[in-house]
Design a binder for this molecule. Structure first.
Ligand SMILES: Cc1cc2nc3c(=O)[nH]c(=O)nc-3n(C[C@H](O)[C@H](O)[C@H](O)COP(=O)(O)OP(=O)(O)OC[C@H]3O[C@@H](n4cnc5c(N)ncnc54)[C@H](O)[C@@H]3O)c2cc1C
Length: 493
């Protein structure tokens, strides 16, 4: 700990060989901090903790907890003013800049959800007062230890045409299978836990609409990653794509995604926020500011990623000498317009934020869900534009920077792969980075991420539908129609 804050070394010590069960390529990984599939991402998360713990960054990254002298990360705070919200943004922006906006579920993401839950204990108390206490106690516990919590809140796909309890086996989707004096037992799977391999705890619950009969699946619990029976099945890690110099983003920022299998996992009562309660399970997302805080952070991260994409687009066009051509400037202008809209929608979440009766500040949902609704299409368009601008530059590269080690190859590469002002090695390094952003397997996963991280678009757009003031729109139509002289109704005449 440094000044009470968690350092990168503290974080690595905490997750190193703690007994978590991570499967990878048919093996159980004993130590994720050393395994080549995960160590790059672990090092990146550790660097974020170091950044936050550095004395120079104290104000930007942390605040003092209620005059106690103890400090916590801004993301672990219930905002009582727009300034509190902006402070969380400043912290998340610093972490996003350190990871080029390419790690979506850094510890500040689920911290936002936990803060949102803690802001509305009464909602959890609807299931029993103890649940509200559990939410608040865990929030303080995680805040005081600067924990990294991931989450898995979507059931595995299996058969989306049927509700949870009507799957071929009712214990396929994660659910409660036993209740004991000291807690509950969970069985089944939940997806798609980004960063679970790297985190301290995981929040497991359900954001999919549930229906009567699904009560066993209407739960919310925090589980330490080392809990007996919790099995983590990571997808393929792109950190192993090749030499880190050739895949500079995959190597450092692949946070990995995982299927969680809960094999009779015991959860003590103090870690249970919701137990067999359909209403609370649904309302936790929409009647607390949790979804707003978590996705406000996600937008700060995304805006940073777009700035990175813009930077690469500009450099790529400079390299190939097309940057000053009017049509290229138009394309760069369009890219800049998209990136600016995303950035300013974060401002709008702040300037249009509301304060509820309990003094809790909520970022404006209209601005949040409007930009989230369009993100999938916007992102695909922007990636496509960068492809358009780059021509064959990201393809016509040597397989590896190691090719420069061969004297003949180096001579040819230095002659034919260079551009004015860009020696071959620099040019190759930059274009490989650009390819890793938009063309590699890591990049492909990122496209999927931007489409689905906040839920499938048909759900996100329904959030927008729910909050848009359609009455204000239809009344305009009605007023306009009132001024139109209609032909007499023949039946009435
Ligand atoms: C890279 C990545 C990272 C993620 N990280 C996390 C994470 O950290 N934690 C987490 O909990 N989740 C995470 N998610 C999961 C994400 O929340 C889900 O993928 C998302 O909610 C969509 O659910 P699904 O994949 O089951 O798709 P489905 O619900 O199966 O939907 C797939 C498609 O089927 C169609 N469809 C399905 N149902 C309907 C319907 N009722 N009406 C109309 N069309 C329908 C739509 O075209 C939809 O896009 C992540 C996802 C991705 C891709």
């Amino acid at each position: 700990m440094s000044g009470g804050l968690r350092t990168g070394a503290d974080y690595i010590d905490a997750i190193r060989a703690d007994g978590r069960t991570v499967y990878y390529n048919g093996e159980v990984v004993r130590d994720v901090t050393r395994h080549p599939a995960f160590r790059g991402a672990v090092a990146s998360v550790a660097s974020l903790y170091d950044l936050a713990a550095h004395p120079d960054n104290r104000e930007r990254m942390t605040y003092e907890i209620d005059g106690s002298g103890r400090r916590a990360l801004h993301c672990y705070r219930i905002p009582r003013s727009v300034e509190d919200l902006r402070a969380a943004r400043g912290m998340s922006a610093a972490w996003a800049e350190a990871t080029c906006g390419l790690m979506g579920r850094t510890p500040d993401h689920v911290a936002g959800f936990l803060s949102g839950f803690a802001a509305k204990p009464s909602l959890f108390a609807a299931g029993g007062a103890a649940y509200a206490d559990n939410v608040q106690r865990f929030f303080q516990f995680a805040r005081d230890r600067h924990l990294y919590v991931s989450y898995a809140i979507v059931p595995p796909q299996i058969d989306r045409s049927k509700p949870a309890h009507q799957q071929s086996d009712p214990t396929l989707y994660a659910g409660v299978v036993a209740e004991r004096d000291d807690g509950i037992v969970l069985k089944g799977a939940q997806q798609l836990a980004t960063g679970a391999v790297l985190s301290d705890y995981v929040y497991v619950s359900c954001i999919h609409p549930l229906q009567p009969g699904d009560e066993n699946h209407a739960f919310g619990v925090v589980i330490p990653m080392s809990a007996p029976g919790l099995k983590v099945y990571s997808r393929k890690s792109f950190a192993l794509a090749g030499d880190a110099r050739d895949y500079p983003l995959s190597a450092r920022f692949d946070e990995t995604d995982a299927l969680l299998v809960l094999d009779d996992v015991f959860v003590p009562w103090e870690h249970v926020f919701i137990h067999r309660n359909l209403d609370v399970c649904w309302n936790q997302w929409w009647k607390t500011p949790a979804h707003s805080y978590g996705n406000y952070q996600a937008q700060v991260r995304y805006a940073t990623k777009l700035r990175f994409l813009l930077g690469l687009a500009k450099r790529v066009t400079e390299i190939t000498g097309v940057g000053a051509m009017p049509p290229v400037r138009v394309q760069l202008g369009e890219l800049a317009a998209h990136a600016t809209i995303v950035e300013l929608m974060i401002d709008a979440q702040e300037t249009r934020a509301t304060t509820d009766g309990e003094g809790v500040v909520w970022p404006a949902k209209s601005a949040l869900y409007a930009v989230m609704s369009l993100q999938g299409e916007l992102n695909s368009r922007m990636v496509d534009m960068l492809r358009e601008l780059s021509g064959g530059s990201m393809i016509m590269l040597p397989p590896s920077l190691a090719d420069f080690d061969h004297p003949d190859a180096a001579r040819d590469l230095e002659r034919y792969i260079a551009s004015p002002g860009y020696p071959a090695r620099d040019r190759v390094a930059l274009l490989k980075m650009a390819w890793d952003l938009i063309g590699s397997e890591f990049a492909g996963r990122h496209q999927q991420y931007e489409k689905f991280y906040g839920g499938a678009s048909f759900l996100v757009k329904q959030n927008m539908f729910r909050i848009y003031d359609f009455d204000a729109a239809t009344s305009l139509v009605d007023r306009a129609l009132a001024g139109v002289e209609l032909p007499a109704d023949r039946a009435a005449a």
